[in-house]
Design a binder for this molecule. Structure first.
Ligand code: BGC
Length: 880
């Protein structure tokens, strides 16, 4: 693969105009507040300010500081009070506004992508913009538009799926929505940030064509829609860090796309001062670790002041374009407790994957007798983990919502099924004997570090799940060989080792009040005594930011798990550490060691099976844990959830599975259950939305924006050199064959294909026609609702390659879509416009998009694998 993303000098008319021109749905009239930065002329106000600013004042615009107001946002630029340049407050993120105060927790962006609705994407952006204003924020660190490449990618839930056209349409609308509120949108993470493991170092080895066709269009679309800023990602691209990459930041972004806004680094993604600035990276976040040296660089003559001027000018220009340099006379909006937009998207983005015998929506009789099973019925898993996690305005739980809607007379029982809390590991199973249960009033003082070195000795052989339940910064639990190595390391460092070797290193005092609390054989001392896991070890559980568990224990502790096989009577070393500082500063340390033994597991499954047998219908809630900072270790649902679903399905033929996940998972039980409803991480209105769909008050309207494979090894990135990478390089050798393009090319049947989703009604397609229109083609067809209730259909237009394609092209590529609501029996003539972009390939000879001419098949389908109508068209060059 070559090392060139682009040296594009030829700006292709076809390349850049098509992406945002077509919409997949209606959108409300565009607001006029906030001129898109990309169109703004350098206003004289900005020039006047620049002329008045000192070098230090200009430099202060280029890196983060601490916000004295304490709103708790992610980033802050102080501004220049002397010149009435206000501060700039930057807040996450893609699923809602994240400050110290609650805000609307929108459904995860993957749910937005599932709506295939440009109108909803714009409304999503409007909520972000309004909530940002309500929380005194000026820059939203969203949208995120990294293409889903690796199915286990930790942040797949935060982005808009695997297809560049779908992502481009939605990201453009979301950007308009944010910017329309007078807030700057930040499209991120530019670029090729497609995995979390090793994200700070991995080099995406990717060729120019793949970049242009698959990974870059979403960014371009957002910029063309007016995004005022871009966030440079953590990773490297063909060896060069994104945040100092002139090809991406200058050649593509500014020369090819005409970007007039500014580029900020991801948090801590800057690796240099002058080289980064010169490459086109204007703002270091969250502080001036590198850019603090720019003043010196100018003084020493290593950097000309004109580069600093240009950077400050770009930031001020984006601020001005968003109206931030003028006094804001608009009232600060209130955030409503409930959000209609969040609810609409939760429903419109839920995907009905299976519905045997139309078990959904539940009949009146079924709704009177439901066994509800699974942890996420009792706690709302509204969003994924990491920087996109929002403090929601409300968090009703699905079980309550279901009971409320089904009525007080309905017999709705609950069984945990999968035990997230487990039980305290009994002292008799630890050597030295210990009760590790320092919680509540027994918490250790803030700043303490707790360590425990010992062994666990199970009474029975079997598969256990060990759980580190804690509060207070970072904790880790090492087991087996990793624990032994840590114990040896601690011994070498003179901190005590081996079973019972915990030496208090300056005891903080008063840690263990009350019977049953505290731990014997533990070391507690002031930080920073926390042992560092030797290289190569994987601590389970790093609670807090980037943490390991999205669902807390019933008593509010962070809950990290590790499966472990234990032989009866055989000691297995473990090392526990808890301490450190949370994001919001030091907090009292709580820590508990719990487990789910084989006996506990069996008891919970038996309870679930009994509940399922006693009810007309069983609804099992399952989940996965998508989070920033790490990829999922496997595509399987965590823990024993697969076993649970299979057991419940065997007990009740009317088993419905509700899925709270952010990315593809394997479903070995898919053939055994009656219905599967994919609700993703559904946002703060998720409980009410889920109950409404189960009971038929609302109908799920989503289609999959990502392919669900049957087996992990079917995925395009299932080779180590592709993912997680070898020798620091993740090679994108699958090229453009990402997502459904891969499965089509390799003739692999997925579990559920891209674009798939059932409805509570049925549709018929007829009469395809294609004619030239507006520099592309209009595809027309007739859609009829052949069922008995209103429903949503998302017809998708795909185009195949010409017979003698100039480059290897996808068997089919999404070229347009529409979201249609039809009453029972109603018919609609639908027109989907296909512009030149999806008919084009990137020519590495011309460094431009070219239409692939010749006879091409236009397909209209209900999914990428359910093509209803086809016709061949002789595609020629655009005549625009
Ligand atoms: C994430 C960004 C986020 C930033 C600020 C980083 O860790 O990658 O997406 O905007 O933190 O919270």
């Amino acid at each position: 693969m070559n090392r060139t993303i682009a040296c594009a000098v030829v700006v292709a008319a076809l390349a850049v105009t098509g992406v945002v021109a077509q919409s997949g749905g209606q959108r409300p009239p565009a607001k006029t507040t906030g001129t898109p930065a990309a169109q703004a002329k350098a206003p004289s106000k900005v020039d006047g300010l620049l002329a008045a600013m000192t070098l230090d004042e200009k430099l202060s615009m280029l890196y983060g500081a601490t916000d004295p107001a304490g709103y708790g946002e992610a980033g802050y630029i102080a501004g220049v009070p002397r010149l009435n340049i206000p501060p700039l407050r930057l807040t996450d993120g893609p699923a809602g506004i994240r400050t110290a105060q609650p805000a609307t927790a929108l459904p995860a962006p993957v749910a937005l992508a599932s709506t295939f609705s440009v109108a909803l994407a714009e409304q999503f952006g409007e909520v972000l913009g309004q909530d940002a204003r309500a929380r005194h924020q000026n820059v939203v660190l969203a949208p995120m538009v990294n293409i889903v490449r690796v199915p286990q990618g930790g942040r797949n839930f935060e982005t808009l799926g695997e297809d560049p056209l779908l992502a481009s349409r939605l990201v453009a609308a979301e950007t308009r929505g944010i910017q329309g509120e007078g807030v700057i949108a930040t499209v991120k993470h530019y670029a090729f940030n497609n995995q979390e493991n090793a994200r700070n170092s991995v080099s995406a080895e990717v060729d120019e064509r793949t970049g242009r066709e698959i990974y870059l269009p979403g960014f371009e679309a957002s910029i063309k829609a007016g995004a005022g800023s871009v966030m440079a990602s953590y990773n490297r691209i063909n060896g060069t860090y994104a945040a100092e990459n002139p090809q991406l930041l200058t050649d593509v972004l500014r020369k090819d796309w005409g970007f007039k806004g500014f580029v900020m680094s991801d948090w801590g993604a800057t690796h240099s001062a002058a080289p980064a600035l010169k490459s086109g990276m204007e703002m270091e976040m969250p502080n001036g670790r590198n850019f603090g040296a720019l003043a010196d660089a100018v003084k020493k003559g290593e950097l000309t002041e004109s580069v600093v001027n240009e950077a400050a000018k770009r930031i001020l220009t984006a601020m001005d374009a968003a109206g931030l340099l003028a006094p804001d006379t608009r009232p600060v909006p209130e955030i409503p407790t409930t959000s209609v937009v969040a609810r609409d998207i939760a429903i419109a983005g839920s995907v009905l994957l299976k519905n045997q015998g139309n078990v959904l929506p539940l009949s009146k009789e079924d709704a009177q007798s439901i066994a509800v099973i699974g942890p996420t019925a009792k706690v709302l898993l509204f969003g994924g983990g990491g920087s996109s996690a929002v403090r929601p305005m409300r968090r009703e739980i699905p079980l309550d919502a279901l009971q409320k809607k089904a009525g007080p007379g309905a017999r709705i029982t609950y069984a945990k099924g999968y035990d997230l809390d487990g039980e305290l590991v009994p002292p008799s199973a630890l050597r030295p004997e210990a009760t590790i249960n320092i919680v509540g009033s027994n918490a250790l003082p803030a700043g303490t570090t707790f360590t425990w070195n010992g062994t666990v000795v199970a009474p029975k052989t079997g598969d256990y799940i060990l759980k580190l339940q804690s509060v207070g910064g970072r904790g880790s639990l090492l087991t087996g060989a990793a624990a032994t190595a840590a114990q040896q390391q601690a011994a070498a460092a003179g901190r005590g080792a081996g079973p019972g070797g915990g030496q208090p290193a300056g005891v903080g005092g008063g840690q263990q009040a009350g019977a049953g609390g505290g731990a014997r054989g533990a070391a507690q001392g002031p930080a920073p005594a926390a042992p560092v896991a030797p290289t190569g070890m994987i601590p389970v559980g790093v609670p807090g930011f980037g943490g390991s568990a999205l669902l807390q224990t019933a008593d509010g502790l962070s809950n990290a798990s590790t499966p472990i096989h234990l032989e009866a009577g055989v000691p297995t070393p473990i090392v526990i550490t808890a301490g450190g500082t949370g994001r919001g500063g030091p907090v009292p340390i709580q820590v508990r060691l719990a487990w789910v033994s084989p006996d506990i597991e069996k008891a919970r499954i038996d309870e679930a099976v009994a509940a399922a047998k006693a009810a007309r219908v069983a609804v099992v809630f399952v989940y996965d844990e998508g989070t920033e900072g790490r990829d999922r270790a496997s595509l399987s649902l965590p823990g024993i959830q697969d076993k649970l679903v299979a057991a419940v399905a065997a007990a009740n033929p009317r088993t419905v599975v509700v899925m709270n996940n952010g990315a593809p998972v394997l479903m070995p039980w898919a053939g055994q259950v009656a219905a599967i409803l994919q609700v993703w991480y559904p946002g703060q209105e998720g409980a009410e939305a889920t109950a409404s769909m189960l009971l038929g008050e609302a109908a799920p309207g989503g289609r999959l924006p990502v392919t669900f494979p049957s087996r992990a090894e079917d995925a395009p990135t299932a080779k180590p050199e592709r993912y997680p990478g070898v020798d620091g390089k993740g090679t994108y050798s699958e090229g453009i064959f990402v997502g459904y393009r891969w499965y089509d090319q390799e003739k692999i049947e997925p579990l559920y294909p891209f674009g798939f989703g059932l409805s509570y009604t049925t549709f018929a397609y007829s009469n395809i026609g294609v004619k030239r229109a507006g520099g592309g083609y209009d595809v027309t067809f007739t859609l009829k609702n052949t069922g008995t209730r209103e429903g949503v259909e998302v017809p998708q237009v795909y185009v195949g390659p010409p017979p003698s394609a100039p480059v290897p092209m996808a068997v089919k590529a999404l070229a347009g879509f529409e979201r249609v609501v039809l009453a029972p029996g109603a018919t609609k003539n639908v027109t989907v416009h296909v512009d030149a972009q999806p008919l084009s390939y990137w020519s590495t000879k011309d460094h431009a998009f070219k239409v692939a001419v010749g006879k091409r098949t236009f397909m209209v389908g209900a999914s990428s694998r359910d093509i209803k109508l086809t016709t061949d068209v002789n595609v020629s060059e655009s005549r625009r």
